[in-house]
Design a protein around this ligand. Structure first.
Ligand code: HEM
Length: 253
């Protein structure tokens, strides 16, 4: 069967459901707590401080999916799996979905929809400043994720979507800055982000070098052709009297 068909028909819905699972699990936990079913697995998983647990779970899945989205192109290129590209947009939109829920949970539940408090936090607490900036950077990417926007923006689309790298780095910084003692977990995420960014920078440097080489090769070939055609003309000019003589009937020679 056609691998493109298989990826679209089966793999994409599976990835979609997998990406939804953490949110569905949180929703189950909230419903269980609301209905007083505190011993259900989903409710127990929310622990002693469900508000904080939900906030953290949404944030961590936002960051994970952001990094998975960034890993799609390297895996596609290094692993030689072109079909992976089909999942990139969906993964990116799920990353945004989790980050947006994380932000909304903070605004509505943690801060009781107090915009003034949110702004004060953005100004006063560096880790919130980093997280909020990352969130703002992701908004134009989510808005322009449609095929139509891609066509309309042309080459500018790719430039705009490079914002995903600073967003991921700020997401890691945001995570790192709020950890009090054990930095192992944020360190792992930061290392993955650094690796992905490093690969990206290396690749664009290699591409630029290849483009420069192709350009200079084309230039050399062009000059060679010019020189060659110049020599041809010169030779033709020097041959011309002889040729004219040769072309003339023997009587005139
Ligand atoms: C790209 C954007 C963001 C990412 C990737 C992100 C990611 C994370 C992560 C990974 C955590 C820690 C989870 C854990 O401890 O297991 C976290 C916690 C937190 N985030 Fe974000 N975040 C983002 C944006 C925001 C924004 C916009 C806000 C609010 C304005 C925010 C507020 C918080 C708060 C308050 C916590 C700490 C909760 C606690 O005390 O445990 N984050 N975030």
């Amino acid at each position: 069967m056609n691998p493109d068909y298989l990826a679209r028909r089966y793999a994409k819905p599976i990835v979609f459901v997998l990406c939804l699972l953490p949110a569905a699990w949180l929703a189950l936990g909230i419903l269980a707590l609301q209905s007083g079913n505190v011993n259900s697995a989903a409710a127990v998983a929310l622990g002693a401080n469900p508000v904080e647990e939900i906030q953290d779970t949404l944030g961590i899945w936002g960051l994970r999916l952001l990094l998975v989205t960034l890993a799609v192109t390297p895996l596609r290129v290094i692993g030689g799996w072109p079909k992976l590209q089909l999942f990139r947009r969906m993964l990116g939109l799920f990353a945004f979905f989790y980050v947006a829920q994380h932000f909304l949970w903070y605004l509505f539940v943690d801060q009781a929809f107090n915009w003034a408090q949110l702004l004060a936090d953005v100004v006063k607490r560096p880790y919130i400043t980093a997280g909020f900036t990352a969130f703002l950077l992701l908004i134009p990417l989510a808005v322009t994720s449609t095929q139509r926007a891609m066509r309309r923006l042309g080459r500018r689309w790719q430039k705009l979507h490079r914002l995903v790298y600073p967003a991921a780095i700020l997401g890691c910084v945001h995570f790192w800055w709020q950890v009090k003692a054990d930095i192992r977990e944020p360190l792992v995420y930061a290392a993955i982000a650094a690796l992905l960014l490093g690969w990206r920078l290396l690749r664009s440097r290699q591409r630029r070098a290849a483009a420069r080489k192709a350009q200079s090769d084309a230039g050399t070939r062009g000059q060679g052709r010019e020189r060659y055609s110049g020599q041809d003309q010169e030779a033709a000019r020097s041959r011309a009297p002889v040729q004219r003589l040769a072309d003339q009937p023997p009587t005139q020679q």
